[in-house]
Ligand binder design. Sequence first.
Ligand code: ADP
Ligand code: MG
Length: 229
Amino acid sequence: TEKELARSERLAELGMLSAGVAHEINNPLAIIRGNAELLQMSLPEGSDLQEEVTEILDQSGRINRIVGGLLTLARQDRRQVSRFEAAPLLDEILDRIGHQLPLAGVDVERDYRRTPCLLEGDREQLRQVFTNLILNALEAMEGEGTLSVGADVDPGSTSSITVADSGPGIAPEQRERLFTPFFTTKQNGTGLGLAVSWAIVRNHGGTIDVQSVPGAGARFAVILPSPSS
Ligand code: ADP
Ligand code: MG
């Protein structure tokens, strides 16, 4: 649609503009982070300054994520396309997240194991898309609820990966803005996860469908064209 075209042009522009800036920010940022880590290690136990140093590390981590997101927007043209099964990739993502986050209160349903679902595209870029959606779902649920990850195949037409949560859902007035770069409702969000995901999926010839019942959760579907035979 026209709206999607405009959005993708804006994103490409933002990506190009930011790539240069992002590279310039990366080096000094690495030095700040390295020094803050050194400081943290050399502070005596129970020092009053622990909190401040931790804050420097947290916030520079945030800059790092923003810069990473902007670089991804800029890198859209470079794709390494292959054909692969969705299930092993989704397993890898969920296993890795499980190692990093306590998922104790979350029921994780791996529905994608039921049917084979072949995807075609840049595996690492699509990994980033699914990771973003899963992290958003977990963040929305704040540690309690059901996360369902599924796969659907419409033979000869599309392969879809769905990520559904039982969180608070999305307010109607926010629906329009979800994919806008820097739109976030989180204290420490970058607002780039969905913008980057959308750009990646669009470059794969696909779309992201959002469904939400406020109060009863959200469901994101990444719809990709079937691998060409
Ligand atoms: P970030 O996660 O850094 O805030 P994103 O681009 O990933 O940035 O998401 C943008 C916003 O979309 C979030 O801040 C949140 O308000 C909303 N959102 C995304 N996923 C969900 C979800 N599963 N449930 C509710 N809101 C969501
Ligand atoms: Mg996010």
